[in-house]
Design a protein around this ligand. Structure first.
Ligand SMILES: [Zn+2]
Length: 341
């Protein structure tokens, strides 16, 4: 079934007049490298002659859409994404190809017609994730650039590294720290670590708790996971907690807070000769990310916290924390013994 999307004035090849023609989009199937893919195609319609036609430019677009559908079906980058990666580094198609050490027209072909093979696809993905790798590639192929242009590109990549990719490396540290916990177990509350989820949970807790310090936040995280485990048999985040003089503290907690720097603000405050870290939410919370049952858990944990848990937090923890298991990690099976709920 075709949908009318707009009308345009066009030099109509059907009736040889310049007039308004209708533009339609419909789902269609094409064969790409021996596979059938479903994708959208556009065609024009002359209401006078009642005939469909497809201008050459649109025909190319349709082919690109078929190729992108095929790329997506086998997990390769679609042409738009390749373009986006290139634009992140502020380089032309030819420059991007040279940066990667490829033939001049390689990227131009990938953005317009040819489907990239797996090795090239993988390289583009890596370079996108990790600007430091892009910088290495650029340095390796420096002789392909005019020196001045080389310095400009180097500058824009360096800028990206400083601006965005610290979080990328922090995430790598977190993944490496959780390498022993890649299966659901008593250590992670039968939940595999999901950093996107951790970020959203930290954001929620920071947003809806008043006068929150770092110690409190870490405590709320544990309480959230422990209560979720107690109620439903699964922790919410997949974090693994260790005993610490301050209470239950997730492994790699510094990095975990660092990767939330777009969502929360951490400010140093001096209280009674101690440095404390005040947490404040920076942006509104996307509540749709959570189920109703999860929001109930947050509300219960925050309510408990506001009803005085924050006052007794330090001495309470030494008394109430379950005994440590191996490596000081707190097993979730002991979460039920905690009296806080
Ligand atoms: Zn016509």
């Amino acid at each position: 079934m075709a949908n009318l999307v707009k009308k345009v004035d066009y030099d109509c090849p059907q009736c040889d007049h310049y007039h308004e023609v209708e533009v339609y989009i419909q789902k269609t199937q094409s064969v790409m490298e021996g596979n059938i893919v479903t994708h959208e195609e556009t065609f024009y319609f002359c209401p006078i002659e009642k005939e469909e036609f497809t201008p050459a430019k649109i025909m190319n677009q349709n082919l690109l859409s078929a190729r992108d559908a095929y790329r997506e079906s086998i997990g390769r980058l679609p042409s738009m994404k390749i373009r986006e990666i290139r634009e992140t580094y502020k380089v032309t198609q030819k420059e991007f190809a040279n940066l990667m050490g490829w033939g001049d027209v390689t990227v131009q072909r990938y953005e317009s017609k040819t489907i990239q093979d797996e090795t090239y696809d993988q390289m583009m993905k890596l370079v996108y994730e990790d600007p430091l790798l892009a910088l290495k590639e650029l340095e390796k192929h420096a002789d392909r650039f005019e020196h001045e242009r080389y310095l400009e590109i180097r500058d824009s990549i360096t800028h990206l590294i400083k601006k965005n990719s610290l979080n990328f490396y922090k995430k790598q540290i977190i993944y490496a720290s959780y390498i022993d916990f890649s299966e659901p177990s008593d250590m992670n509350g039968k939940t595999i670590l999901n950093l996107d989820r951790v970020r959203n949970v930290i954001h929620y807790l920071s947003h809806f708790s008043s006068k929150l310090y770092k110690v409190n936040l870490l405590r709320l995280l544990w309480n959230t996971d422990a209560l979720s485990y107690k109620k439903y048999g699964n922790a919410m985040t997949g974090l693994v907690y260790r005993h610490h003089p301050l209470g239950a503290v997730p492994i790699a907690h510094e990095e975990l807070l660092d990767i939330c720097n777009d969502l929360i603000n951490i400010r140093e405050e001096y209280l009674d000769h101690y440095t404390t870290y005040r947490i404040e939410s920076k942006t509104p919370v996307d509540i749709s990310f959570f189920t109703e049952a999860e929001i109930e858990i947050f509300d219960e944990v925050i309510r408990e916290f506001n009803h005085g848990e924050r006052k007794k937090i330090s001495n309470y923890m030494h008394k109430e924390e379950p005994h440590s298991g191996h490596n000081n990690i707190i097993p979730f099976s002991l979460a039920g013994e905690i009296r806080a709920f």
